[in-house]
Each structure stands twice: as C-alpha cells, then as structure tokens.
Design a binder for this molecule. Structure first.
Ligand SMILES: NC(=O)c1ccc[n+]([C@@H]2O[C@H](COP(=O)([O-])OP(=O)(O)OC[C@H]3O[C@@H](n4cnc5c(N)ncnc54)[C@H](OP(=O)(O)O)[C@@H]3O)[C@@H](O)[C@H]2O)c1
Length: 324
C-alpha cells in the first residue's frame, strides 16, 4: 500500500508519499481499499500539530474516506469483504488502504458514489447534530450560516432547508454567496463587503436569526451573537479564521440566548447509539435527495499537497475529494 505519511507534524510540506506494508485487520478492525477521501479543515490542523487530537507519530492524515472492504478482523460481522463503506476514523484516509475501527465503518446503500460517501459524515453529521439536536431548530425559524460556502457551511445550509428553516448564508465573496444561493440559501451576506451586523438586521427585518451556525469564529462572532433574536441559539462549530473569540456574556442575558458547543467526535464516543441513529437518518436523507455533498473538485491522491494549499488559501467551495 501507499500512504501520505506524517512523521513530523510541522506542516503539509513534511508529508511524504511512502510505500508501507499492507496491514492485516485485527479484532474489531476492517481493512479498506480507499476509493475516495475528502479534505476537512481538521486535516489541515492535524499535520501542523494544531488540532485538539494529536495522534502518535508517524500517522497518515485523512479523517474521512470511502472504499471497499478488503478484509475484516475475526469478530467483525456488520460488514464483509467486497462491501462498500464510508469511514470517519480521524486518520488514515490519504492512502490506498487503511485500517479502520469496525464501529466507524458505515455500510453504504447501493447507488452511493464513493466521492459523495467520502464527503458526507464529518460535515453533514456535525451539521445535523448541531442544528437539530443541539439547537432544536424548527421549521419556520431563521438560521444564519457563517462560512456558508465551506464544507460544514454547505451541509448546514442544506440541512436547515430540509428542516424547513429560512437560511441566510454569509461568506467572503460574491462567488461563494452565489454558490450558497444555488444550494438553497434564501438570502446571502458578503462579509468582505458588507458590515455583518447591519446586513443581518436588513435580512431579518431587524429581528435577528433564531440560530447562528459559526464554523469561522474571529471577528464575525460578536456581531453575530449580538444579532440573535430573543431565545436565540449560537452554535460554536469551529474557528477556521484561526482566532477563538472571547464574547461578553451579558449579551446572552439581554436576549435570553444560549451559546451551544458542538463536537461531533465526542458526541459519537459519548452517545454512540444516538450518533448511529443520526447517521442512518443521513443516509436516508441522501437517498431521498434531501442532501447532496457539494464537491468543488475531485483530485488525484498524488496531488494532496496542492489540495491542502487550495484549502489553506480559502478558495474551496464545498469540499475537495481525493481519489485513487
Ligand atoms: N465541531 C465539530 O464537530 C466540527 C466538525 C467538523 C469541522 N469543524 C470545524 O469547522 C470549521 C470549518 O471546517 P470545514 O471543513 O468546513 O472547513 P472549510 O471547508 O475550509 O470552510 C471553512 C470556511 O471558513 C471561512 N474562513 C474564514 N477565515 C478563514 C481562514 N483564515 N482560512 C480558511 N477559511 C476561513 C471560509 O469561508 P469564507 O472565505 O467565506 O469566510 C471557509 O469556507 C473548522 O474549524 C473545523 O475544525 C468542527
């Protein structure tokens, strides 16, 4: 097998494409022949030693992938060789093969293309857990999605629309706003051009959104929190801007609002049955055409460093998917 190996987490430039012995799955493990692996922001952080999870060295980055089961450990029953699966195992995906924990392999229904499957779990599961479970979003409510054209942002737009909410998507360019509208956003805000607080007021008739979905952080957070409607919920998804904001707590008191943390990985470990039910729901929604990953482009696995550069430069619309 071949894999992009991270022996020293000092950045993308240190990754090396290496030939390695193909491992055999042990108890509780599955060997997957990888067909597609998507890039998520945590993949960028993990090779710089900036992610909250720090795997032992050396490791193969690539949190999320899809492929065909090549072999299973002696006790593994829910998937079998030849079956197609999607995996969110945190590492291992930027390779030709990976050993995945069996519990993190989701069998795929027929007609589920590998690139879509590789681009589904991290972004859509996070967004469904965030909007429906953590924020209790209801039909008719208004959601503001910051970073709307990114990976989790595009998933959040589609899920909020599927729930029957009104969606205001905010992004940093006219092209990104156009993409958000093309996947269902009812209104958009270009925060490179417009003052966020004024634009939110204009888009909501001064009332403010019921829910803010924030994967960006930084300078966007405080005006977004200030804009929430009475009993609004502010979802803390991530800090793609690189800055973790500090927010005045009096803002929550004034409007009876809640700041709600979201962490899919921990949710999966703490509440595995609820997470599994959510994943089953997602595959159903995909089958019914209610959600569809937005794929900016497919790139050959050998071009991983160029894909990382593209993501780091803030250019990606939706998701990048590496293919073997
Ligand atoms: N809580 C969880 O369970 C969970 C799960 C998955 C991901 N996340 C987090 O969610 C965040 C987004 O992940 P993603 O995979 O959706 O990333 P992504 O596709 O790269 O999207 C991030 C968006 O952030 C915006 N952004 C603002 N400043 C940026 C900067 N300096 N560099 C890059 N992007 C910047 C960009 O939109 P504009 O150009 O329009 O501003 C970009 O589209 C990350 O922090 C990630 O760790 C959290």
């Amino acid at each position: 097998m071949h894999a992009w190996l991270c022996e020293n987490p000092v950045g993308v430039e240190a990754l090396q494409w290496k030939e390695l012995p193909t491992p055999q799955p042990q108890a509780g493990e599955v060997l997957v022949e990888i067909k597609a692996a998507s890039l998520n922001f945590p993949d960028l952080l993990i090779v710089q030693n900036k992610y909250q999870v720090k795997p032992p060295l050396p490791f193969v980055p690539g949190a999320e992938y899809a492929g065909v089961v090549a072999a299973v450990g002696p006790d593994v029953k829910h998937v079998k060789p030849g079956e197609r699966v999607a995996c969110l195992s945190g590492t291992g995906g930027f390779a030709t093969h990976a050993i995945a924990p069996a519990a993190q392999c989701l069998p795929l229904p027929a007609g589920f293309p590998h690139p879509d499957a590789a681009a589904l779990i991290m972004t859509y599961a996070t967004s469904l857990h965030a909007l429906v479970d953590r924020a209790q979003l209801k039909a008719g409510e208004t959601v503001l999605v910051l970073g709307g054209a990114g990976g989790v942002g595009t998933a959040a737009i589609q899920i909020a629309k599927a729930v029957g909410a009104r969606v205001i998507a905010a992004a940093s360019s006219a092209e990104k706003c156009e993409l958000c509208r093309s996947i269902g956003a009812d209104a958009t805000i270009n925060y490179s051009r417009d003052t966020l607080r004024d634009a939110i007021g204009a888009a909501t008739g001064g009332r403010g959104p019921d829910v803010v979905y924030d994967p960006v952080g930084g300078d966007l957070a405080e005006p977004a929190l200030r804009s929430l409607a009475w009993r609004g919920r502010y979802l803390v998804i991530g800090f793609a801007s690189g800055t973790i904001p500090s927010l005045p707590l009096n803002l929550t008191l004034l409007k009876g609002t809640s700041i709600v943390g979201v962490f899919w990985g921990r949710f999966m470990r703490e509440e595995p049955q609820a997470a599994a039910a959510l994943l089953t729901e997602l595959t159903r929604w995909y089958g019914a055409g209610r959600i569809k990953p937005v794929i900016d482009r497919l790139m050959p696995m050998a071009e991983l460093k160029a894909a990382y550069d593209y993501m780091g430069s803030r250019g990606v619309k939706g998701k990048l998917v590496m293919v073997n």
